[in-house]
Design a binder for this molecule. Structure first.
Ligand code: TV7
Ligand code: CA
Ligand code: ZN
Length: 388
């Protein structure tokens, strides 16, 4: 068929649950769990599932959720009554805003995507997988006792806590267009997790408004977390060439200095060109090159999803990245198989839609090369203080 062969001596585990995809945030809300159905359809129509260990994920238990979240917040999340969002009366724990509405089945939705990330992390811990994938996870804004930016439970923090049971050092990398503030905050005071987020930053307006270059960790040198937060603030329109160069350069330096024994990569697809909320001009190729680079490091790797608000592009990116994980990307026919479910969603002005060609007006690039080099210089300086 498409030359999908299970890689020898290399295991990729894929964690998903069709029940997650059925939840709705509300009519106009940009977060559409249904994009996962579209991605899964693409992955399966290429036959990629035959090259992975596939698991239908279970719900995280209350105890597991409370490894990070407060019991009061989890109780409220479980019992909150569905109501129309009201921004003027933000409820307890920031629940019930238009960003974080209380919808039907909310607690089950959260438990399921968290369960999938926890399971995926455990596969890496017991060495049953070299790469573990949960495209329904990556919800990086959730705090200990607060929902934020479409995120209620922080599955990434929960997965990293699992990894830390076995791994001395975990590198967290976040290529979502938004700043990974929840994960950064959770591990702010430890030197066992280094967090690196690349994001759009304009000082105040673009959500969540944090992630400036000089936010590198606690100010006190006595605090082990000092220098272990890395932020790459960018302007609109960054292209593949700049983005991939930055990614490889900075991740390469982090790995050299920090020597992580596990890596978690949040693959938020809202950094792609044409995203409804994003501002960048990254292509499926460039986004995927970040995944390929992490794989090439030969360190246990957890891939999670995240943002992504133009569903056909999200599905393309995550299907392409699944093919990179199992190593069949070079043999894949770029033309989307005729039997792909919802194939018409991928068709625009072409009869034969492809996996890599995404639709989206290029945005003017506001990132001068000089600025990109200055960011690298600043992070090089920061990493001199990290000595493992
Ligand atoms: C990880 N941007 C999450 C990214 C979270 C971004 C925001 C919206 C938005 C919400 C809607 C909606 C929207 C077209 C876009 C300050 C506000 C401004 C709500 C209208 N349309 C991730 C969160 C961000 C909800 N929030 O990183 C219902 O855009 O900027 C804000 C906050 C207050 C609330 N209003 C937006 O990608 C998964 N929200 C339509 C309907
Ligand atoms: Ca990011
Ligand atoms: Zn995002």
């Amino acid at each position: 068929m498409n030359g999908i062969v299970r890689p020898k001596g290399y295991n990729v585990s894929w964690h998903s649950n069709p029940d997650i995809e059925k939840h709705h945030f509300g009519h106009a809300h940009p977060m559409k769990p249904w994009r996962l159905t579209l991605a899964k359809g693409l992955i399966m129509s290429y036959g990629m599932h035959t090259a992975m260990d596939t698991y239908v994920s279970r719900m995280a238990t209350r105890e597991e959720l409370e490894d990070f979240h407060s019991a009061e917040y989890m109780e409220y999340l479980k019992t909150a009554k569905v109501a129309l969002p009201d921004d003027d009366n933000p409820k307890e724990f920031n629940l019930g805003s238009s960003d974080c509405p209380i919808f039907e089945g909310l607690f089950n939705y959260c438990s399921m995507y968290a369960g999938a990330s926890i399971d995926a992390a455990r596969k890496l811990c017991n060495e049953e997988a070299d790469i573990a994938i949960n495209w329904s996870g990556g919800l990086h804004h959730a705090k200990k006792a607060e929902s934020s930016g479409f995120c209620y439970v922080n599955d990434i923090v929960l997965a990293i806590l699992q990894l830390l049971r076995k791994h001395p050092r975990v590198l967290y990398i976040d290529i979502d267009v938004h700043h990974g503030d929840g994960v950064e905050e959770a591990f702010w005071s430890t030197d066992r997790v280094m967090t690196l987020s690349i994001h759009k930053y304009d000082g105040y307006q673009f959500f969540p408004g944090t992630g400036d270059l000089d936010r590198t960790g606690p100010d006190s040198e006595e605090n082990p977390g000092a220098h272990h937060a890395i932020n790459v603030p960018l302007a609109d329109g960054i292209d593949d060439e700049q983005y991939v160069w930055l990614f490889k350069t900075i991740v390469g330096m982090c790995v050299d200095r920090f020597r992580p024994t596990a890596i978690v990569l949040q693959c938020g697809a809202d950094s792609l060109a044409g995203d409804r909320l994003g501002r960048f001009n990254v292509q499926v190729q460039g986004h995927g090159a970040c995944v390929a680079y992490c794989k090439s490091l030969n360190i246990p790797l957890l891939l999670v999803g995240g943002g992504g608000y133009t569903p056909r592009n999200v599905a393309r990116a995550w299907a392409h990245e699944t093919s990179i994980a199992i190593g069949c990307d070079a043999n894949l026919n770029p033309i989307i198989p005729a039997h792909t479910p919802y194939r018409s969603h991928f068709r625009h002005d072409t009869i034969f839609p492809t996996l890599d060609q995404i639709l989206g007006e290029p945005r003017p690039n506001k990132n001068p090369d000089k600025k990109i080099r200055e960011i690298v210089a600043s992070i090089t300086e920061q990493l001199r203080f990290v000595n493992m």
